[in-house]
Design a protein around this ligand. Structure first.
Ligand code: ZN
Ligand code: ZN
Ligand code: ZN
Length: 558
């Protein structure tokens, strides 16, 4: 007995000696040496599509220790992180996270916008010059980041490592994979649900799917999720969301009421085949499976050069659009996403090793409470018709200037004038802008109006005007920008949407975790454009070429 105690005391003493010895040994190292050896082997960027900040706090009593809470407890939490431009949509959101700047510079002014040079609407990630890979002759793979005009932090990593650092982008939505991966990525993959539910890419990256993607597709991984979607835990314990059956929810085609369970095999045919998975919590699980396959298949984080895995979770957005931000369906989607994150982090521990990787987690925008719900609570909110506005403005300009053709397009809160018609009638574009401003301000549910002339001749420092200016590309944007009343949307009376510069759309999570990250939190305002500069600082690589944000120094160890 005595012997055992003495032995264990001795071993404690020895361990202490060793650790003291190690401390003594490491102390004289200069910080630059220890920084150089401590760089992460892998950075994982996670964008959760349409994630409001309050999902972190509202549902936290049901989160596991290994998912969101692992980042919250051991990482750095920027609790007051915002989008700083308008419009808060998916394409601009992903581009801004990774370029560290706003549409003013990177040029992704919306998901779809009116291209005034070719006079038609374009999609932010489409590229007619490319072909689909993994699906025959379909538009689904004709994608590239060519419309994004500046570099991403992922591009800078490629440049800094002489292209040895690998970059892979993954998301169910093409734009969620293509824009984060940047111009010089090794690969970007997204989901095509029409046939068997496969992951595909574009000839922009490669001419054939890599073996690991072919194997993943051949294993019919999507089929495994074609099962009833029920709540993860007893639905009666979901007290942080509205009742399951409410008038504020939409639902799947062929389903009478928006209530659990959702029998996906039966609903599949009426809802786009495997595309139905996109709109359920299972879409995020499938994305996680694919991300883990990429980790192994691409051997990410296995050599001296830092690699980058950009993951975007798209299903959260589809669920929010259909059921609204206060639904049982959204709560279950986040509880399941938490489990998926736990699984992803465990795979990273296994494959790359604890302490060898760094993660950031944010969102591409948040979303508004369903306005019809807010109205029932007497909170100012509403619904707006773009087509009625267009009819009104065409009439107004016809009465004022004698032409029905002075407006070419209205989209994303911007009015594009027909400049050929303006010239033909020998009118002044500025005069028309000003006339439209006065008319729009008299129009119900429009609260603010800014003209091209103002936005290009003044500088705004705060509030909605500054956000509009940061979202305004002199080359690509329209001639008059208008802002709707708060919580007023052009949308169905069920489900949530986003796009404004108000807090419900701009306030999103920003968590850092892992190698080089300080444990802590801040309530000081940070902005979405700070993320890429923070990662650049962590990796000691150049800033994305048009980055306007600042590194969040408090999040970094030093
Ligand atoms: Zn989005
Ligand atoms: Zn429901
Ligand atoms: Zn959306």
């Amino acid at each position: 007995m005595k012997k055992v105690i003495i032995l264990s005391l001795l071993s404690v003493f020895l361990v202490q000696c060793i650790s003291v010895k190690q401390k003594v040994k490491t102390t004289p190292k200069t910080t630059s040496v220890s920084n150089a050896t401590a760089k992460p082997k892998l950075v994982i960027g996670i964008v959760v599509d349409q994630m409001r900040y309050d999902y972190l706090t509202r549902f936290d009593n049901k989160y596991s220790e290994g998912g969101f809470k692992r980042m919250l407890n051991d990482g750095y939490n920027c609790k007051n992180n915002h989008y700083n431009y308008i419009p808060t949509y998916t394409g601009p959101g992903h581009a801004s996270v990774y370029t560290g700047t706003t549409p003013e510079n990177h040029g992704i002014i919306a998901n779809n916008w009116y291209d005034k040079y070719i006079k038609k609407s374009v999609y932010c990630a489409s590229d007619e010059s490319q072909s689909s890979v993994g699906v025959e002759g379909k538009w689904a793979g004709k994608m590239s980041p060519h419309r994004m005009q500046t570099t991403t932090v992922t591009d800078q990593l490629r440049l800094d490592t002489q292209q040895r650092g690998k970059v892979i982008g993954i998301a169910i939505k093409d734009r969620g994979a293509v824009l984060p991966a940047g111009h010089s990525a090794n690969g970007a993959y997204w989901f095509y649900g029409k046939d068997k539910g496969n992951w595909i890419t574009s000839t922009y990256y490669r001419s054939d799917l890599p073996t690991w993607v072919k194997e993943f597709n051949a294993a019919d991984e999507a089929e495994k999720y074609m099962k009833p979607w029920n709540t993860l835990y007893d639905i009666n314990t979901y007290t942080e969301s509205d009742k399951d059956l409410s008038k504020y929810e939409g639902t799947f085609k062929g389903k009478a009421n928006p209530v659990f369970p959702y029998d996906l095999p039966n609903l599949k045919d009426e809802n786009g085949g495997f595309d139905i998975l996109k709109g359920t919590a299972f879409g995020n699980s499938l994305t996680t499976d694919f991300a883990i396959a990429a980790l192994k298949g691409e051997q990410l984080g296995q050599d001296a050069d830092t690699d980058f895995l950009a993951i975007s979770y798209s299903s959260t957005d589809y669920v929010g659009h259909k059921f609204g931000v206060n639904s049982k369906e959204i709560q279950d989607t986040y509880l399941r996403l938490d489990k998926d994150l736990e699984r992803l982090f465990a795979a990273l521990d296994q494959e790359v090793g604890k302490g060898n990787y760094t993660i950031f987690l944010t969102a591409d925008h948040a979303a508004v409470h369903v306005p019809s719900y807010l109205q029932d609570l007497k909170i100012p909110s509403g619904y707006f018709s773009n087509s009625e506005l267009k009819t009104h403005l065409v009439d107004f300009l016809n009465t004022s200037y004698g032409s029905e053709d002075l407006i070419e397009n209205i989209s994303n809160g911007q009015i594009f004038l027909n400049h050929t018609e303006v010239k033909r009638l020998k009118l002044s574009a500025t005069d028309i802008e000003n006339a439209l401003q006065t008319e729009l301000l008299a129009y119900d549910q429009i609260s603010k109006v800014y003209t091209r002339t103002t936005l290009t001749s003044s500088e705004f420092n705060h509030g909605i005007a500054a956000a509009l200016q940061k979202g305004f590309s002199q080359k690509r944007s329209g001639d008059v920008c208008f802002v709707l009343d708060i919580a007023t949307i052009s949308y169905s009376r069920t489900g949530s949407t986003h796009g404004s510069g108000f807090n419900y759309d701009t306030h999103v999570p920003l968590l850092f975790y892992g190698n080089g990250i300080q444990q802590g939190e801040t309530l000081q305002r940070t902005v979405i454009t700070d993320i890429a500069p923070t990662i650049s600082a962590l990796l000691e690589i150049s800033l994305p070429n048009a980055a306007t944000g600042n590194p969040i120094q408090a999040a970094l160890k030093n």
